[in-house]
Design a protein around this ligand. Structure first.
Ligand SMILES: [Zn+2]
Length: 218
């Protein structure tokens, strides 16, 4: 089952439009031990549009600029924003997975708000002066489908700063790797979303929206 690194990159690029190795835990109850490779203040935060079975995860095309130290974005320039396709922030956390046979492979944990809450909790409970890069973490998956939770445990046995080999690993630049797609693709996906809204019975837009956020994207 294990794919080589390049084959995996190629597979991901073709199937998800994303040239990186996503971190996954497939089964309920499974756990993995990871070493986080980037300080939590440096984790990249991307805005992704998606609608289950209608719009694949698509990076928001709204330009983000800094004005007086505040990030400002122009959402009028993103077709999916204009279509009010749901959007959420995704935090990208680069890790080495213990036991990964490929010693140079960096995997990316990409979490939306719900899953990130567990990580935020882990950050909050770090000992004073410590960072997420000072420990191994064990991540345990509990549940399946939409009821999945990922619990994060700090392991005290692997308490140390990043070693030389870890510092040498190439952390993918997610801003570069997750591309903003060409406009015609964005327009088509926006149309797919609008068409699905038209087709859906009132109150069932997007086939879910249990949190009622479909019309108030983040
Ligand atoms: Zn957008």
């Amino acid at each position: 089952m294990a794919r080589g690194y390049l084959a995996t990159q190629k597979y991901n690029a073709e199937n998800t439009g994303m040239g990186y190795t996503p971190f996954t835990i497939k089964k309920d109850g499974e756990k993995r031990q990871v070493r986080i490779l980037q300080h939590e203040l440096e984790w990249v935060n991307l805005h992704m549009h998606s609608a289950w079975k209608i719009v694949k995860p698509t990076r928001c095309a709204a330009p983000r600029t800094m004005e007086d130290d505040v990030e400002v974005e122009d959402r009028s320039q993103c077709p999916l924003c204009n279509a009010e396709c749901p959007r959420s922030p995704k935090v990208c956390i680069p890790v080495r997975v213990r036991g990964d046979e490929d010693a140079s492979r960096v995997q990316i944990i990409m979490y939306g708000r719900d899953h990130f809450a567990m990580v935020a909790d882990a950050i909050e409970h770090l000992p004073e002066g410590k960072s997420m890069t000072d420990y191994d973490f064990e991540i345990k998956r509990v549940g399946s489908d939409t009821n999945t939770k990922y619990f994060w445990y700090r392991t005290e046995t692997e308490q140390r700063p990043l070693n030389e080999a870890e510092l040498k690993l190439e952390v993918p630049d997610m801003e570069e790797i997750v591309p903003i797609l060409e406009e015609h693709v964005l327009l088509r996906r926006a149309k797919d979303y609008l068409d699905s809204e038209d087709a859906a019975p009132v109150g069932a837009a997007g086939g879910g929206g249990s949190n009622g956020s479909a019309k108030t994207p983040f």
